[in-house]
Design a protein around this ligand. Structure first.
Ligand SMILES: [Zn+2]
Ligand SMILES: [Zn+2]
Length: 131
């Protein structure tokens, strides 16, 4: 699969038993449908995105899904709508730019000290050092 943002081939990374696609060039992450729920262990993680869409918090992104090539929904998430993510309208998956997955994971974690965010930070720092 090629990167949604820069079109470079992505590598597969295993995060806590979940295989995700990661771009070494721009540090973005693609999660297939359902993987956000698995990673965050929040069965209704996608609700945050659905809610933002219902509230009309759409961004101006024009990215295309790496699977179906259709234009994705650009959604503004977070208390200040500061996180901009892209989701396939056919629900193939979600694209996160560098650091956004950590932000979402932290947002979804009630305890505000997300194990997923820590894991991501470690994994991506290691990847960056190797590269
Ligand atoms: Zn990229
Ligand atoms: Zn798609």
């Amino acid at each position: 699969m090629n990167c949604v943002s820069c079109n470079e081939p992505m590598i597969t990374l295993e995060l806590d038993g979940v295989e995700v696609d990661h771009c070494l060039s721009c540090a973005g992450v693609w999660l297939d449908s359902g993987e956000l729920e698995l990673l965050t262990r929040q069965p209704d993680a996608s609700r945050v995105i659905d809610k933002a869409l219902e509230d009309g918090r759409r961004g101006s992104g024009t990215r295309r899904c790496p699977i179906c090539r259709k234009k994705m929904d650009c959604v503004m998430i977070g208390s200040n709508h500061e996180i901009e993510i892209d989701r396939c309208t056919r629900n193939h998956g979600i694209w996160f730019d560098r650091g956004e997955l950590e932000q979402i994971a932290a947002l979804l974690d009630d305890r505000k000290q997300s194990a997923v965010a820590d894991l991501l930070r470690r994994t991506f720092n290691e990847t960056a050092e190797k590269g």
